[in-house]
Design a protein around this ligand. Structure first.
Ligand code: PGA
Length: 251
């Protein structure tokens, strides 16, 4: 089965409510002519309801930037996957490097969030990626493998088709420094190989692996031309309607 490319915009903690609604509308319009590609946007949780209403009649998928591991409860500051679904959210970014490294989220926590997302019907994007020191010390594959194994702990073969993986080298996020297409492809192929070991060959062939880290209109075509790169997780360049439109229309 062919893997449908997914271009995902991560808006992080940017944009006023009015700006988020405008950008949501612009992305919806950009997607009107798309065939065989999916587009997702992840506004701040404060803007989800408004962006959901603004993109309702489009093909754009709405995502949250994180989600909790219980349906409800005393978890100040968290968003329940069930409540997110109520807002029209269908996907969620989990284990983003900013969650891991600024807010101290552990692999175990990311795994808990991921299992809950699957149980409550949100499609998770599991982010993995090494820091610069890991790469310099030759630990890229070990770090990525650990995050992948821990993140997918307890995920069954039947649930795996709902999971998307994003490889985001931490040193390339928001730095303007993109991994070369060869560096990205090498890790993507490694991730697919590990999934084959953890699950089976046909599932590894079907799972989508996105690249993230300074994806821009100028580098998206080369990245998307790699055999194991099935899409992009875009931060900075997703905040501008014109550049995101070009990324969505990668060649
Ligand atoms: P960037 O962010 O495109 O600004 O590097 C990517 C991300 O954090 O997902």
């Amino acid at each position: 089965m062919a893997r449908i490319p997914l271009i995902a915009g991560n808006w992080k903690m940017y944009l006023s409510l009015a700006e988020a609604v405008d950008l949501g509308r612009a992305v919806a319009a950009s997607c009107a002519d798309l065939k065989n590609r999916q587009v997702m946007i992840a506004p701040t949780s404060a803007a989800l309801a408004a962006v959901s209403a603004a993109t309702q009649s489009s093909t754009v998928k709405l995502a949250a930037q994180n989600s909790g591991w219980e349906k409800e409860g005393a978890f100040t500051g968290e968003n329940s996957p069930v409540m997110l679904k109520d807002l029209g959210v269908s996907m969620v970014i989990l284990g983003h490097s900013e969650r891991r490294h600024i807010f101290g989220e552990s692999d175990a926590m990311v795994n808990r969030r991921l299992l809950a997302a699957l149980n409550f019907g949100l499609q998770p994007i599991l982010c993995v990626g090494e820091q610069l020191a890991d790469r310099d010390q030759g630990n890229t594959f070990a770090v990525v493998e650990n995050q992948l194994r821990a993140g997918l702990e307890g995920v069954s073969s039947t649930q795996l088709d709902q999971v998307v993986v994003a490889y985001e080298p931490v040193w390339a996020i928001g730095t303007g420094k993109t991994a070369t297409k060869e560096q990205a492809q090498e890790v993507h192929a490694f991730i697919r190989e590990k999934i084959e070991t953890l699950y089976e060959k046909n599932l590894a062939g079907e799972i989508r692996i996105l690249y993230g880290g300074s994806v821009k209109p100028s580098n998206v075509d080369a990245l998307m031309g790699q055999a194991d790169i099935d899409g992009a997780l875009v931060g900075g360049a997703a905040l501008d309607a014109e550049s995101f439109d070009r990324i969505i229309h990668f060649k």
